[in-house]
Design a protein around this ligand. Structure first.
Ligand code: HEC
Ligand code: HEC
Length: 327
């Protein structure tokens, strides 16, 4: 216990020494892309239809929107996703809001961009269980799709085109400035006193900003927090034993709307998450690998509600998307 208190103190000293304000920047309102074709309204519209179309799954029963529901901030609200035939997935379904700003996707970072990501759930037998060659044929047999692929990509429907259109649609899911962005822009009363105290803790003594900073409040690096130990995390991607149980720091944008939390959905509310950082972090791991966080024993419980108030200021209005008419 004494040892932990000392650790907490030394990390607090480090927090004082390093200026952290510069680490917080408002959310940009456009995702930079290399290929202009991927931002045209036609591509986004095609991607939206594909996103909502159950014909993308093997038994035509499940679309991307079955798990990423617009009315649930593009999550499913469940601890872990439910796939093909009600099968339990191992991981929590992340939001797709602001997903275009991430440079690696999935909890373990195994996809480098949205194009690469899109074909994974379509083919996964636990998720949409669809063969990509059959999907191309199926879409080309729908005149409305064939015509749109021709206009957008100058060809019939291909795997690459499907992935590009889905990615273009998802890059359009950007939230409007949140109270926190207005606060950063100088509007001091955009945050309540409690949220302002929470922000001070976040970037100071509670040390959250060590990993949660930048426009999404994520450094996009991988850490072992010890919320649970059943999932190899980054190690399954890197093949490196030292990466066992490490996951990507998640974005905290619109976090108040995207529970349950953590890669396994094991924490139901934001209060549960913050309480985990205060008292719940384990002191050792089954493989004796070091953890990247220490419980904040030196801190007071009363700070938890201020941190939660701060996290609640990170929600910006999401674009209003209604399911499209399908061709
Ligand atoms: C059966 C439920 C389910 C379906 C269907 C599904 N997803 Fe997901 N999605 C998940 C889960 C669970 C994860 C996290 C998986 C992981 O990290 O290993 C995820 C992760 C993602 C991510 C990464 C987000 C991030 O923060 O890294 C994107 C992007 C995404 N899905 C888009 C899609 C698209 C596009 C489709 C349709 C082609 C789709 N999903 C279909 C459940 C689903
Ligand atoms: C060492 C880096 C690090 C520090 C420090 C850190 N976090 Fe995290 N945070 C992560 C990682 C990694 C995850 C995902 C862990 C998992 O899924 O098992 C996470 C998850 C979260 C989540 C849940 C996100 C979601 O979508 O499920 C919230 C909320 C959160 N952190 C807030 C905080 C707060 C508040 C603090 C300070 C008390 C903090 N974090 C300190 C790296 C960090």
């Amino acid at each position: 216990m004494v040892f932990m208190a000392q650790l907490a103190l030394s990390s607090r000293d480090a927090a004082r020494a390093e200026p952290r304000n510069k680490k917080f920047v408002p959310l940009p309102q456009v995702v930079p892309v290399r290929d202009d074709r991927t931002t045209t309204p036609e591509t986004v519209s095609l991607g939206k239809q594909l996103f909502f179309d159950p014909r993308l799954s093997g038994d035509n029963a499940m679309s991307c929107a079955s798990c990423h529901l617009p009315e649930k901030a593009w999550t499913d609200g469940l601890p872990q996703g439910k796939g093909n035939g009600g099968r339990e997935l191992r991981r929590n379904t992340p939001t797709l809001l602001n997903v275009g700003f991430l440079s690696r996707l999935f909890w373990d970072g195994r996809a480098a961009n949205l194009e690469e990501q899109a074909l994974v759930p379509i083919q996964s037998c636990d998720e949409m269980n669809q063969n990509l060659d059959e999907l191309e044929q199926e879409l080309n047999a729908v005149p409305g799709y064939a015509a749109q692929f021709k206009t957008v990509f100058g060809s019939e429907a291909t795997q690459a085109g499907i992935a590009q259109a889905l990615a273009a649609f998802q890059r359009s899911l950007i939230t409007e400035p949140a109270p926190f962005d207005r606060y950063l822009a100088g509007e001091k009363d955009a945050l309540s006193y409690s949220a302002q105290r929470g922000f001070e803790l976040f970037k100071g003594e509670a040390d959250c900003a060590r990993c949660h900073h930048g426009p999404l409040l994520s450094d996009e690096r991988f850490y072992r927090l010890g919320a649970s130990f059943g999932d190899a995390g980054l190690a399954a991607v890197s093949g490196n034993h030292d990466d066992k149980g490490k996951f990507r720091t998640p974005s905290l944008r619109n976090i108040a709307q995207t529970g349950p939390y953590m890669h396994d959905g094991s924490l139901a509310t934001l209060t549960d998450v913050v309480t985990f950082y205060y008292r719940g972090v384990p002191t050792s791991t089954p493989d004796e690998l070091p953890l990247d966080v220490q419980p904040l024993y030196g801190q007071s419980f009363s700070e938890i509600s201020d941190l939660v108030s701060f996290l609640e200021t990170l929600s910006g209005k999401a674009p209003e998307i209604t399911p499209p008419d399908l061709p």
